[in-house]
Write a protein that binds this ligand. Structure first.
Ligand SMILES: NC(=O)c1ccc[n+]([C@@H]2O[C@H](COP(=O)([O-])OP(=O)(O)OC[C@H]3O[C@@H](n4cnc5c(N)ncnc54)[C@H](OP(=O)(O)O)[C@@H]3O)[C@@H](O)[C@H]2O)c1
Length: 360
Protein backbone atom coordinates (compact mmCIF):
# COMPACT_ATOMS: atom_id res chain seq x y z
CA UNK A 1 0.00 0.00 0.00
CA UNK A 2 1.20 3.49 -0.69
CA UNK A 3 1.41 4.52 2.95
CA UNK A 4 4.60 5.99 4.38
CA UNK A 5 7.12 3.44 5.65
CA UNK A 6 9.41 5.85 7.43
CA UNK A 7 12.61 4.15 8.36
CA UNK A 8 12.67 1.50 5.62
CA UNK A 9 15.87 1.86 3.67
CA UNK A 10 15.75 1.85 -0.14
CA UNK A 11 18.71 1.56 -2.49
CA UNK A 12 17.88 3.37 -5.76
CA UNK A 13 20.27 3.19 -8.72
CA UNK A 14 20.72 5.84 -11.44
CA UNK A 15 19.10 8.51 -9.27
CA UNK A 16 19.91 11.42 -11.58
CA UNK A 17 17.93 9.89 -14.47
CA UNK A 18 14.60 11.07 -15.88
CA UNK A 19 12.51 8.31 -14.28
CA UNK A 20 14.61 7.80 -11.15
CA UNK A 21 14.36 11.50 -10.20
CA UNK A 22 10.60 11.06 -9.95
CA UNK A 23 11.02 7.83 -7.96
CA UNK A 24 13.43 9.58 -5.59
CA UNK A 25 10.98 12.44 -5.11
CA UNK A 26 8.18 10.03 -4.07
CA UNK A 27 10.50 8.00 -1.82
CA UNK A 28 11.48 11.15 0.03
CA UNK A 29 7.87 12.36 0.19
CA UNK A 30 6.72 9.02 1.66
CA UNK A 31 9.44 9.09 4.30
CA UNK A 32 11.76 6.33 3.13
CA UNK A 33 15.45 6.46 3.98
CA UNK A 34 17.22 6.51 0.61
CA UNK A 35 20.68 5.64 -0.61
CA UNK A 36 20.98 6.64 -4.25
CA UNK A 37 23.68 5.72 -6.75
CA UNK A 38 25.01 8.02 -9.47
CA UNK A 39 28.15 7.78 -11.60
CA UNK A 40 30.07 10.73 -10.09
CA UNK A 41 30.02 13.18 -7.21
CA UNK A 42 29.29 15.97 -9.69
CA UNK A 43 26.05 14.18 -10.66
CA UNK A 44 25.09 13.84 -6.99
CA UNK A 45 25.74 17.56 -6.49
CA UNK A 46 23.67 18.29 -9.57
CA UNK A 47 20.65 16.46 -8.12
CA UNK A 48 20.85 18.46 -4.88
CA UNK A 49 21.41 21.75 -6.72
CA UNK A 50 18.27 21.00 -8.74
CA UNK A 51 16.29 20.06 -5.60
CA UNK A 52 17.86 21.88 -2.62
CA UNK A 53 15.04 20.62 -0.35
CA UNK A 54 16.34 17.03 -0.81
CA UNK A 55 19.61 17.92 0.95
CA UNK A 56 20.06 15.67 3.98
CA UNK A 57 17.19 13.41 2.86
CA UNK A 58 19.21 11.19 0.54
CA UNK A 59 22.69 9.66 0.81
CA UNK A 60 24.56 9.31 -2.45
CA UNK A 61 26.95 6.52 -3.40
CA UNK A 62 29.13 6.52 -6.49
CA UNK A 63 29.00 3.47 -8.77
CA UNK A 64 30.90 4.60 -11.83
CA UNK A 65 31.06 1.45 -13.92
CA UNK A 66 28.78 -1.57 -13.90
CA UNK A 67 31.30 -3.60 -15.85
CA UNK A 68 34.01 -3.21 -13.18
CA UNK A 69 34.70 -6.01 -10.66
CA UNK A 70 31.92 -6.39 -8.06
CA UNK A 71 30.73 -2.77 -8.37
CA UNK A 72 27.97 -3.04 -5.75
CA UNK A 73 29.55 -5.20 -3.01
CA UNK A 74 30.99 -2.28 -1.06
CA UNK A 75 27.65 -0.52 -1.09
CA UNK A 76 25.89 -3.41 0.64
CA UNK A 77 28.82 -4.12 2.98
CA UNK A 78 29.09 -0.52 4.16
CA UNK A 79 25.37 0.38 4.37
CA UNK A 80 24.77 2.28 7.65
CA UNK A 81 21.51 0.38 8.08
CA UNK A 82 20.73 -2.68 5.95
CA UNK A 83 18.68 -2.13 2.79
CA UNK A 84 15.06 -3.29 2.93
CA UNK A 85 14.39 -2.71 -0.76
CA UNK A 86 16.30 -2.16 -3.99
CA UNK A 87 14.97 -0.26 -7.00
CA UNK A 88 17.33 -0.76 -9.93
CA UNK A 89 16.71 1.75 -12.73
CA UNK A 90 20.20 2.54 -14.09
CA UNK A 91 20.69 1.22 -17.61
CA UNK A 92 21.93 2.78 -20.85
CA UNK A 93 19.24 4.70 -22.69
CA UNK A 94 21.15 6.96 -25.03
CA UNK A 95 20.84 6.24 -28.73
CA UNK A 96 24.09 8.18 -29.44
CA UNK A 97 26.45 5.23 -29.13
CA UNK A 98 28.85 3.43 -31.44
CA UNK A 99 29.31 -0.01 -29.82
CA UNK A 100 25.96 -1.70 -29.16
CA UNK A 101 27.47 -4.57 -27.20
CA UNK A 102 29.89 -2.63 -25.00
CA UNK A 103 27.91 0.55 -24.46
CA UNK A 104 24.41 -0.86 -24.22
CA UNK A 105 23.94 -4.61 -23.81
CA UNK A 106 26.84 -5.42 -21.46
CA UNK A 107 26.28 -2.59 -18.95
CA UNK A 108 22.52 -3.29 -18.83
CA UNK A 109 22.98 -7.00 -18.20
CA UNK A 110 25.99 -6.71 -15.91
CA UNK A 111 24.45 -3.88 -13.89
CA UNK A 112 21.45 -6.10 -13.18
CA UNK A 113 23.33 -9.31 -12.39
CA UNK A 114 26.03 -7.60 -10.32
CA UNK A 115 23.58 -5.78 -8.07
CA UNK A 116 21.56 -8.99 -7.63
CA UNK A 117 24.73 -10.89 -6.67
CA UNK A 118 25.70 -8.21 -4.15
CA UNK A 119 22.16 -8.19 -2.74
CA UNK A 120 22.26 -11.94 -2.26
CA UNK A 121 25.79 -12.09 -0.86
CA UNK A 122 25.78 -9.01 1.35
CA UNK A 123 22.13 -7.93 1.74
CA UNK A 124 20.82 -8.92 5.14
CA UNK A 125 17.71 -10.90 5.95
CA UNK A 126 15.88 -7.58 6.08
CA UNK A 127 16.13 -7.15 2.30
CA UNK A 128 12.58 -7.94 1.20
CA UNK A 129 12.22 -7.04 -2.44
CA UNK A 130 14.20 -6.14 -5.53
CA UNK A 131 12.36 -4.06 -8.12
CA UNK A 132 13.79 -3.92 -11.61
CA UNK A 133 12.76 -1.14 -13.96
CA UNK A 134 12.40 -3.27 -17.06
CA UNK A 135 10.68 -2.31 -20.29
CA UNK A 136 7.82 -3.23 -22.58
CA UNK A 137 10.54 -3.92 -25.17
CA UNK A 138 11.38 -7.15 -23.38
CA UNK A 139 7.73 -8.22 -23.77
CA UNK A 140 6.81 -7.08 -27.28
CA UNK A 141 8.24 -8.55 -30.49
CA UNK A 142 10.71 -6.20 -32.21
CA UNK A 143 9.84 -7.86 -35.53
CA UNK A 144 6.09 -7.41 -35.12
CA UNK A 145 4.34 -6.87 -38.45
CA UNK A 146 3.15 -3.28 -37.99
CA UNK A 147 0.76 -3.51 -40.95
CA UNK A 148 -1.69 -5.58 -38.95
CA UNK A 149 -2.70 -5.74 -35.33
CA UNK A 150 -1.63 -9.00 -33.66
CA UNK A 151 -2.82 -10.80 -30.54
CA UNK A 152 -2.48 -8.41 -27.56
CA UNK A 153 0.71 -8.85 -25.57
CA UNK A 154 0.54 -10.16 -22.02
CA UNK A 155 2.97 -10.55 -19.10
CA UNK A 156 3.83 -14.00 -20.49
CA UNK A 157 5.39 -12.72 -23.72
CA UNK A 158 9.11 -12.32 -24.36
CA UNK A 159 10.86 -10.45 -27.16
CA UNK A 160 12.74 -12.96 -29.36
CA UNK A 161 15.30 -10.33 -30.49
CA UNK A 162 19.00 -11.29 -30.25
CA UNK A 163 22.25 -9.36 -29.89
CA UNK A 164 23.45 -10.82 -33.19
CA UNK A 165 20.44 -9.31 -35.01
CA UNK A 166 21.00 -5.88 -33.46
CA UNK A 167 24.73 -5.87 -34.14
CA UNK A 168 24.44 -7.25 -37.68
CA UNK A 169 21.88 -4.55 -38.57
CA UNK A 170 23.76 -1.84 -36.62
CA UNK A 171 20.33 -1.01 -35.19
CA UNK A 172 20.65 0.85 -31.88
CA UNK A 173 16.93 0.61 -31.02
CA UNK A 174 17.13 -3.17 -31.51
CA UNK A 175 20.27 -3.09 -29.35
CA UNK A 176 18.31 -1.32 -26.62
CA UNK A 177 15.56 -3.94 -26.90
CA UNK A 178 18.18 -6.68 -26.51
CA UNK A 179 19.77 -4.90 -23.53
CA UNK A 180 16.49 -4.74 -21.64
CA UNK A 181 15.39 -8.26 -22.61
CA UNK A 182 18.69 -9.82 -21.60
CA UNK A 183 18.89 -7.86 -18.35
CA UNK A 184 15.39 -8.90 -17.34
CA UNK A 185 15.86 -12.53 -18.38
CA UNK A 186 19.13 -12.60 -16.39
CA UNK A 187 17.30 -11.30 -13.32
CA UNK A 188 14.62 -14.02 -13.44
CA UNK A 189 17.32 -16.65 -14.11
CA UNK A 190 19.30 -15.40 -11.12
CA UNK A 191 16.24 -15.71 -8.88
CA UNK A 192 15.53 -19.24 -10.11
CA UNK A 193 19.09 -20.50 -9.67
CA UNK A 194 19.94 -18.74 -6.40
CA UNK A 195 16.58 -18.53 -4.61
CA UNK A 196 17.68 -15.53 -2.50
CA UNK A 197 15.61 -14.56 0.55
CA UNK A 198 14.18 -11.48 -1.22
CA UNK A 199 11.67 -11.52 -4.09
CA UNK A 200 11.76 -9.82 -7.48
CA UNK A 201 9.20 -7.65 -9.26
CA UNK A 202 9.82 -6.27 -12.73
CA UNK A 203 7.96 -3.24 -14.06
CA UNK A 204 7.72 -3.06 -17.85
CA UNK A 205 6.70 0.39 -19.14
CA UNK A 206 6.32 1.32 -22.81
CA UNK A 207 7.56 4.74 -24.04
CA UNK A 208 7.83 7.00 -20.98
CA UNK A 209 7.11 10.71 -21.40
CA UNK A 210 6.30 13.38 -18.85
CA UNK A 211 7.55 16.43 -17.00
CA UNK A 212 11.25 16.44 -16.18
CA UNK A 213 12.69 16.90 -12.71
CA UNK A 214 16.20 15.57 -13.38
CA UNK A 215 19.09 18.06 -13.64
CA UNK A 216 18.73 20.07 -16.85
CA UNK A 217 21.53 22.01 -18.55
CA UNK A 218 20.18 22.98 -21.96
CA UNK A 219 18.34 21.04 -24.69
CA UNK A 220 20.80 18.12 -24.63
CA UNK A 221 19.59 17.26 -21.11
CA UNK A 222 16.14 16.38 -22.43
CA UNK A 223 15.91 12.62 -21.89
CA UNK A 224 15.93 10.40 -24.96
CA UNK A 225 12.20 9.54 -25.03
CA UNK A 226 10.84 13.03 -24.31
CA UNK A 227 13.20 14.16 -27.02
CA UNK A 228 12.07 11.86 -29.81
CA UNK A 229 8.40 11.74 -28.79
CA UNK A 230 7.84 15.44 -28.06
CA UNK A 231 10.72 17.93 -28.37
CA UNK A 232 11.61 16.80 -31.89
CA UNK A 233 8.24 18.13 -33.13
CA UNK A 234 8.98 21.59 -31.70
CA UNK A 235 12.72 22.06 -32.22
CA UNK A 236 12.71 21.85 -36.02
CA UNK A 237 13.89 18.21 -36.26
CA UNK A 238 10.69 17.26 -38.10
CA UNK A 239 9.55 19.63 -40.83
CA UNK A 240 6.50 17.42 -41.47
CA UNK A 241 4.59 14.61 -39.78
CA UNK A 242 4.32 12.52 -42.93
CA UNK A 243 7.03 9.87 -42.88
CA UNK A 244 7.78 10.20 -39.15
CA UNK A 245 7.44 6.90 -37.29
CA UNK A 246 7.97 5.82 -33.69
CA UNK A 247 9.62 2.53 -32.74
CA UNK A 248 6.57 1.80 -30.52
CA UNK A 249 3.09 3.31 -30.28
CA UNK A 250 2.12 3.07 -26.61
CA UNK A 251 3.16 5.36 -23.78
CA UNK A 252 2.98 5.87 -20.04
CA UNK A 253 3.55 9.03 -18.01
CA UNK A 254 6.69 9.17 -15.87
CA UNK A 255 4.66 10.00 -12.75
CA UNK A 256 2.73 6.73 -13.12
CA UNK A 257 5.99 4.85 -13.61
CA UNK A 258 7.47 6.34 -10.45
CA UNK A 259 4.33 5.78 -8.38
CA UNK A 260 4.12 2.15 -9.51
CA UNK A 261 7.68 1.49 -8.34
CA UNK A 262 7.20 2.92 -4.89
CA UNK A 263 3.78 1.24 -4.47
CA UNK A 264 5.34 -2.08 -5.55
CA UNK A 265 7.82 -2.02 -2.67
CA UNK A 266 5.12 -3.01 -0.22
CA UNK A 267 2.42 -4.50 -2.46
CA UNK A 268 2.28 -8.23 -1.78
CA UNK A 269 0.51 -8.78 -5.12
CA UNK A 270 3.68 -7.59 -6.93
CA UNK A 271 5.84 -10.47 -5.65
CA UNK A 272 7.50 -12.40 -8.50
CA UNK A 273 5.45 -10.56 -11.13
CA UNK A 274 6.09 -8.75 -14.38
CA UNK A 275 3.92 -5.63 -14.38
CA UNK A 276 3.05 -3.98 -17.69
CA UNK A 277 2.65 -0.20 -17.67
CA UNK A 278 0.78 1.22 -20.65
CA UNK A 279 -1.59 4.18 -20.61
CA UNK A 280 -2.60 4.33 -24.28
CA UNK A 281 -1.64 5.07 -27.86
CA UNK A 282 0.93 7.71 -28.80
CA UNK A 283 1.86 8.75 -32.33
CA UNK A 284 3.63 11.65 -34.02
CA UNK A 285 0.31 13.07 -35.21
CA UNK A 286 -1.37 12.81 -31.80
CA UNK A 287 1.54 14.63 -30.16
CA UNK A 288 1.54 17.34 -32.84
CA UNK A 289 -2.25 17.78 -32.53
CA UNK A 290 -2.06 18.24 -28.75
CA UNK A 291 0.79 20.75 -28.88
CA UNK A 292 -0.81 22.77 -31.70
CA UNK A 293 -4.20 22.86 -29.92
CA UNK A 294 -2.85 23.72 -26.47
CA UNK A 295 0.09 26.03 -27.14
CA UNK A 296 -0.82 28.77 -29.68
CA UNK A 297 2.65 30.27 -29.22
CA UNK A 298 4.25 27.03 -30.48
CA UNK A 299 1.82 26.36 -33.34
CA UNK A 300 4.05 27.76 -36.05
CA UNK A 301 6.93 25.56 -34.95
CA UNK A 302 4.99 22.27 -34.97
CA UNK A 303 4.16 20.65 -38.33
CA UNK A 304 0.41 20.27 -38.89
CA UNK A 305 0.38 16.94 -40.74
CA UNK A 306 -3.08 15.49 -41.22
CA UNK A 307 -4.81 15.90 -37.84
CA UNK A 308 -7.32 13.10 -38.48
CA UNK A 309 -4.72 10.51 -39.59
CA UNK A 310 -3.81 9.38 -36.07
CA UNK A 311 -1.35 6.60 -36.89
CA UNK A 312 1.09 6.66 -39.81
CA UNK A 313 -0.54 5.08 -42.89
CA UNK A 314 -0.32 1.27 -42.74
CA UNK A 315 0.63 1.16 -39.03
CA UNK A 316 -1.61 -1.01 -36.83
CA UNK A 317 0.34 -1.73 -33.66
CA UNK A 318 -0.51 -4.73 -31.53
CA UNK A 319 -2.30 -3.85 -28.31
CA UNK A 320 -1.76 -4.91 -24.70
CA UNK A 321 -3.91 -7.08 -22.49
CA UNK A 322 -3.54 -5.17 -19.24
CA UNK A 323 -5.96 -7.06 -16.99
CA UNK A 324 -3.43 -8.91 -14.81
CA UNK A 325 -1.14 -5.90 -14.40
CA UNK A 326 -3.98 -3.49 -13.66
CA UNK A 327 -5.17 -5.76 -10.88
CA UNK A 328 -1.68 -5.80 -9.31
CA UNK A 329 -1.27 -2.03 -9.69
CA UNK A 330 -4.67 -1.39 -8.09
CA UNK A 331 -3.76 -3.54 -5.09
CA UNK A 332 -0.71 -1.34 -4.52
CA UNK A 333 -2.75 1.82 -4.03
CA UNK A 334 -4.62 3.12 -0.99
CA UNK A 335 -7.71 3.66 -3.15
CA UNK A 336 -7.71 0.11 -4.55
CA UNK A 337 -7.81 1.41 -8.12
CA UNK A 338 -5.22 2.44 -10.64
CA UNK A 339 -5.73 5.33 -13.05
CA UNK A 340 -3.26 6.38 -15.73
CA UNK A 341 -2.33 9.93 -16.68
CA UNK A 342 -3.79 10.41 -20.20
CA UNK A 343 -1.85 11.46 -23.27
CA UNK A 344 -3.06 15.05 -23.40
CA UNK A 345 -2.18 15.72 -19.76
CA UNK A 346 1.18 14.04 -20.19
CA UNK A 347 2.15 15.92 -23.36
CA UNK A 348 0.93 19.28 -22.02
CA UNK A 349 2.79 18.85 -18.72
CA UNK A 350 5.92 17.75 -20.57
CA UNK A 351 5.88 20.75 -22.90
CA UNK A 352 5.28 23.06 -19.93
CA UNK A 353 8.26 21.55 -18.14
CA UNK A 354 10.40 22.08 -21.26
CA UNK A 355 9.24 25.69 -21.53
CA UNK A 356 9.97 26.31 -17.84
CA UNK A 357 13.45 24.81 -18.24
CA UNK A 358 14.03 26.92 -21.36
CA UNK A 359 15.03 23.92 -23.46
CA UNK A 360 12.61 24.36 -26.38
N1 LIG B 1 12.32 6.38 -21.04
C1 LIG B 1 11.62 5.35 -21.47
O1 LIG B 1 10.81 5.44 -22.38
C2 LIG B 1 11.77 4.01 -20.81
C3 LIG B 1 10.82 3.03 -21.11
C4 LIG B 1 10.94 1.78 -20.48
C5 LIG B 1 11.96 1.56 -19.60
N2 LIG B 1 12.87 2.53 -19.36
C6 LIG B 1 13.96 2.24 -18.43
O2 LIG B 1 13.96 3.22 -17.41
C7 LIG B 1 15.30 3.36 -16.88
C8 LIG B 1 15.62 4.82 -16.78
O3 LIG B 1 15.49 5.41 -18.06
P1 LIG B 1 15.34 6.98 -18.24
O4 LIG B 1 14.37 7.20 -19.32
O5 LIG B 1 15.16 7.62 -16.93
O6 LIG B 1 16.78 7.32 -18.84
P2 LIG B 1 17.94 8.29 -18.34
O7 LIG B 1 17.41 9.60 -17.92
O8 LIG B 1 18.96 8.25 -19.43
O9 LIG B 1 18.49 7.57 -17.05
C9 LIG B 1 19.34 6.48 -17.15
C10 LIG B 1 20.10 6.34 -15.86
O10 LIG B 1 20.94 5.18 -15.97
C11 LIG B 1 22.29 5.59 -15.79
N3 LIG B 1 23.17 4.81 -16.67
C12 LIG B 1 23.11 4.69 -18.00
N4 LIG B 1 24.10 3.90 -18.45
C13 LIG B 1 24.81 3.52 -17.35
C14 LIG B 1 25.96 2.72 -17.15
N5 LIG B 1 26.60 2.16 -18.17
N6 LIG B 1 26.43 2.58 -15.90
C15 LIG B 1 25.80 3.18 -14.86
N7 LIG B 1 24.69 3.94 -14.98
C16 LIG B 1 24.22 4.10 -16.22
C17 LIG B 1 22.35 7.04 -16.19
O11 LIG B 1 23.49 7.64 -15.62
P3 LIG B 1 24.19 8.92 -16.34
O12 LIG B 1 23.23 10.04 -16.21
O13 LIG B 1 25.44 9.09 -15.57
O14 LIG B 1 24.41 8.52 -17.76
C18 LIG B 1 21.03 7.54 -15.60
O15 LIG B 1 21.16 7.72 -14.21
C19 LIG B 1 16.19 2.53 -17.79
O16 LIG B 1 16.38 1.27 -17.19
C20 LIG B 1 15.35 2.38 -19.04
O17 LIG B 1 15.68 1.25 -19.78
C21 LIG B 1 12.80 3.76 -19.92
Amino acid sequence: MSTSRTGSHVLLTGANGFVASHILSILIERGFTVTATVRSQAKADDVINTHPSWKGKVDFAIVADFTSAKPFDHLFQSAKTPFNYVIHTASPLSFQISDIMKEMIEPAEMGTTEILKAAKNYGSESLKRFILLGSAVSVLNSFEDMTKEGKPYTEKDWNPVTAEQAIERKDIILGYNVSKTRAEAAAWRFMKINAPPFDLAVINPDIIIGPMMHPIHGPKSINETNNFAIASFIDGTHKQIEGVTFPFYHFVDVRDVARSHVDALTNSAAASQRILLISGIISPQLVANIIRETFPSLRNRVPEGNPSQILPPGVHPTGWDMRVSLDILAKGTNEGSWNYVDLKTSVVDTVNSMLEAGVI
